[in-house]
Structures are given as structure tokens and as C-alpha cells.
Design a protein around this ligand. Structure first.
Ligand code: UD1
Ligand code: CA
Length: 456
């Protein structure tokens, strides 16, 4: 069965009060529309067409990489009119599924169920039952329980408004019949719009049996109209991510205080303290502990390592058994080996730090190759930038860099070398020797402090 998906995204999103079109607002770090496109992809849709309008080309431009056709709905004449705009691009499809750009959390599983259940008929409808159905289109059924039509809240009678089964807006239909029904929908209603929902009445009048399905959770079909609803769906989504992590063997101190904006993979017995933010692709091996308030982005943390509070790791790799933080910052290209200790207020960028080395306090290490078993003293800086170009610092295995050294790159410190504290090193320091590059200490006998002049 060739499935085409029409995604309606021409709405104005007035209540967002934003310069950004609504469907570009992020949920879990990705635009609302991206979630819907992903759901359509997960169904194996043969073709997708998104109907856009408000915000102009901004929306298609933001999804230039998506395998999706675009249809402009210049005038917002209703959901039925919107679907009509998508139909030409879905020519040759057998069925058309209608989704919404501002209904981001719809599950492919639910849609597959709707599609399967309605496979033998020409129209399937996703409905749900709400204790407060205000605002929604109501599902009107006949005495035998068969769907008859949908009546919009604004057009409904008092009696119809008491119906609690509502239209989610999501339908799947035979493409040719849908096109025919839509061509016959009028805008003779309170809102003067061409309602997609009117196709249900047309279908049943032609003897089509309308099959319905319901989603597992109401959040799946919840739309985003304002920022409060966006935040609610964000929390719902994050809660589900947290539950999935816990089921997989990860301890979360508080499942309400984690935000995953991307993909987080944890092996067994990972311990995550509160307020972790993950972005991009993060991989955490078994027995790792992440302290409170950490930010992890596109990184890998090796087996048994510990990341202490308030550390930021981005585009970096941490080997097994390492200890990072508190307050450490690993920037892109940091590759920290097994058993390393990277302490507070240490920043590392584009540098390899081999196994067992320690940089424990207040350092900047940029564009460096640090061997194994190296100790970098507090306050040491690689002076990697001369104002025009970046240069590398190479430190051999087992070197000891005294506190507050300035290593002026390009420079090489030999294996086993010792650099005296406070040295400014701008030439190669030979292996195994002590290198001192600081003003020699002297003491001046008989020196007197100045005395304050008496006030007159
Ligand atoms: C619609 C349904 C209603 C259902 C409800 C569920 C119709 C007529 N009514 O009502 O039965 O209970 O959704 O939330 O379908 N859109 C366009 N172009 C248009 C009009 C709408 O792209 O010309 C898009 C909007 O951006 C929005 C969606 O379609 O994402 C729904 O439109 P909206 O006007 O909000 O429909 P509702 O009144 O909520
Ligand atoms: Ca609406």
C-alpha cells in the first residue's frame, strides 16, 4: 500500500506571540514539525507533503534537508482546503494520512494501528474521549454506534455538545475518494471554512463504513497553541524519556529533572544526578556517575568514570575510570584517556590527554598532546594562540609541569621533564631534566618599606 502523508502547518500560531513560525519552535531540541516528519518516516510513507502558509518560506527553508514536498496555502480557508493543497503532490498514492505540524507527539504505533484497522474501508478516523470536549469537533454516531458525521463545536447543538468523543483531526483515507469528497465540501458553516471533518458525513452518506481508533495517551494528539502547552508537552516527553532510561537500568535521582534533547544511550547501572541536560548524541558506558547540573553534548563517557557537579562536556571523549570536575569544561576535540583526573576550572580543547594524567586545578589546555602519567600543576596554561595562528604543545609521558607554567606554543616538553613553577617556556624542554624559566629569586638585605608622609 502506497501511503502519502499530508501535514497541515499553515496555521498562524498567533498565541505563541512569536516571530518564529509555530512549527519551528523546538520540543526536546527539535522543531515541532521535525517530530511529525519523523513519525511519517517511521510509517514508511512513500511521499510526504507539508502545507505551509504563515511565515512564508521560513518553514520549507528550515527543512531543506527533509524528503518532503511543500504546498503553499496562501489563504487559510480551512482544514479541508489545506488538505486539498497537498493532494497534487500525493498523486499516485493509494491512501492519504492527515497529520498536523503542531501535534508533535503522535506515535507511529498509534498511526499504524489506525491504518491497519481501517485497511478494509475507505476512511479511518482517530478519535478520543474527553471529560471536557469543549472546542473539539464531536463524533456523531447513529443508534447502532456507527460513525455518522463530525460536527464542529461552533456549529453543534446543545445536545451534540454533550458528546464526549471528539475528533483528533487525524484521518486516513483512500486518496481518490478523499479528493472527490473534498471537492464537494462547502464553507456553509459558522466559521466560513472548508472543513476536513465534513468528508466524514459525505463518506457515510455514500455507505462508507468509518473505522475509528484511539491513541494510548491524550498527549499524542495534543496540539501546541501557546507556550504553556508547549512546555506541558515538553515535560510529558521528557518524563517518557526518563521512564525509558529507568526501564533500561539507569538510576535517575529525579526523573522530573533531566532533559534529553537528542539521543542519550546509557549502559547498565549509570547513575544520573539532578538537572542533567543532554544534547545531540551522548553515550555513557556502564557504572558511570554523573553529578548534578552537568551538560553533556555529543560525547562519550567511558566505563566507571565519574563526572562531578557542574561540568560541561561537548564534542569530547572520556576514557574509562576517569574523574572529571567539579566545574570542568571539555570542549570539542578533547580526548581524555583512562583514569585521568580533570579537576575544577580546567578547560580542555582539541587536545589528547593520555591515560592516567592529571590536570587538577585552574588550567587551560588547548591544541596539546599530553602523554600518559603527566601531572599538570595548578594554573598552567598552554599559550596556543599568537593572535593570528594556533600552535601545538607536546608534552611527553611522565612529565611534571609545575604550577602556573605558561607553555608558549609551538613547544615541546620531553618525557619525564620537570618544569619549575611559574616558568614561561617557549623553547623545547629536554626529557628528564629540570627546566626553570623564571626570574631567579633574590633577597635585598637592609631594604626598608616606604613610610607614609605625615599629613600637614
Ligand atoms: C480541528 C478539527 C476538529 C478537531 C480539532 C482537533 C476541522 C474543521 N476541525 O479543529 O474537529 O476536534 O482540529 O484539534 O478540521 N490548518 C491549516 N490551514 C487551514 C486551517 C487549519 O493548515 O486553512 C491547520 C492549522 O495550522 C492547525 C490544524 O490545521 O494545525 C487545525 O486547524 P484549526 O483551525 O486549529 O482547527 P480546530 O478548530 O482546532
Ligand atoms: Ca485548533
Amino acid at each position: 500500500m502506497k501511503l502519502g502523508v499530508a501535514i497541515l502547518a499553515a496555521g498562524k500560531g498567533t498565541r505563541m506571540r512569536s516571530a518564529l513560525p509555530k512549527v519551528l519552535h523546538p520540543l526536546a531540541g527539535r522543531p515541532l514539525l521535525r517530530h511529525v516528519l519523523d513519525a511519517a518516516d517511521a510509517l514508511g510513507a512513500a511521499r510526504i507533503c507539508t502545507v505551509y502558509g504563515h511565515g512564508g518560506e521560513q518553514v520549507p527553508m528550515a527543512f531543506a534537508d527533509a524528503d518532503c514536498a511543500w504546498a503553499e496555502q496562501a489563504e487559510r480557508l480551512g482544514t479541508g482546503h489545506a488538505v486539498q493543497q497537498a493532494l497534487p503532490a500525493l498523486d499516485g498514492m493509494e491512501r492519504v494520512l492527515v497529520l498536523y505540524g503542531d501535534v508533535p507527539l503522535i506515535e507511529a504505533e498509534t498511526l499504524n494501528r489506525l491504518i491497519a484497522d481501517s485497511a478494509h474501508t475507505d476512511l479511518g478516523l482517530l478519535t478520543m474521549t474527553l471529560s471536557d470536549p469543549t472546542g473539539y469537533g464531536r463524533i456523531v454516531r447513529d443508534a447502532s454506534g456507527k460513525v455518522e458525521r463530525i460536527v464542529e463545536h461552533k456549529d453543534a447543538t446543545e445536545e451534540e455538545r454533550r458528546i464526549t468523543e471528539v475528533n483528533t483531526g487525524i484521518i486516513v483515507a483512500d486518496r481518490a475518494r478523499l479528493a472527490d469528497w473534498l471537492s464537494r465540501v462547502s464553507n456553509d458553516n459558522v466559521q466560513r471554512e472548508y472543513y476536513l471533518t465534513d468528508v466524514i458525513g459525505l463518506a457515510t452518506s455514500e455507505g462508507v463504513h468509518v473505522v475509528t481508533a484511539e491513541p494510548e495517551a491524550p498527549e499524542e494528539v495534543a496540539g501546541v497553541n501557546d507556550r504553556a502547552q508547549l512546555a506541558e508537552l515538553e515535560r510529558y516527553h521528557q518524563r517518557r524519556v526518563a521512564e525509558c532510561l529507568m526501564r533500561g537500568g539507569t538510576t535517575l535521582v529525579d526523573p522530573a529533572r533531566i532533559d534529553v534533547r537528542g539521543i542519550l544511550e546509557c549502559e547498565r547501572d549509570v547513575f544520573l544526578d539532578v538537572n542533567l541536560v543532554c544534547e545531540g548524541r551522548v553515550r555513557i558506558d556502564a557504572d558511570v556517575r554523573i553529578g548534578p547540573n552537568c551538560i553533556l553534548k555529543d560525547c562519550e563517557i567511558g566505563h566507571g568514570s565519574e563526572v562531578l557537579a557542574n561540568s560541561i562536556i561537548e564534542g569530547a571523549k572520556v576514557g574509562a575510570g576517569a574523574r572529571i570536575g567539579p566545574f570542568a569544561r571539555l570542549r570539542p576535540g578533547a580526548d581524555v584517556g583512562r583514569g585521568c583526573h580533570i579537576g575544577n576550572f580546567v578547560e580542555i580543547k582539541k587536545s589528547k590527554v593520555a591515560d592516567g594524567s592529571k590536570i587538577n586545578h585552574l588550567s587551560y589546555i588547548g591544541d596539546a598532546d599530553i602523554g600518559s602519567g603527566v601531572n599538570v600543576g595548578a594554573g598552567t596554561i598552554t599559550c596556543n594562540y599568537d593572535g593570528a595562528n594556533k600552535h601545538r604543545t607536546v608534552i611527553g609521558d611522565g612529565a611534571f609541569i609545575g604550577s602556573n607554567a605558561a607553555l608558549v606554543a609551538p613547544v615541546e616538553i620531553g618525557a619525564g621533564a620537570t618544569i619549575g613553577a611559574g616558568s614561561v617556556v617557549n623553547r623545547a624542554a629536554p626529557p628528564e631534566q629540570l627546566t626553570l624559566a623564571r626570574a631567579p629569586q633574590k633577597s635585598i638585605r637592609g631594604w626598608r618599606r616606604p613610610v607614609k608622609e605625615p599629613k600637614t
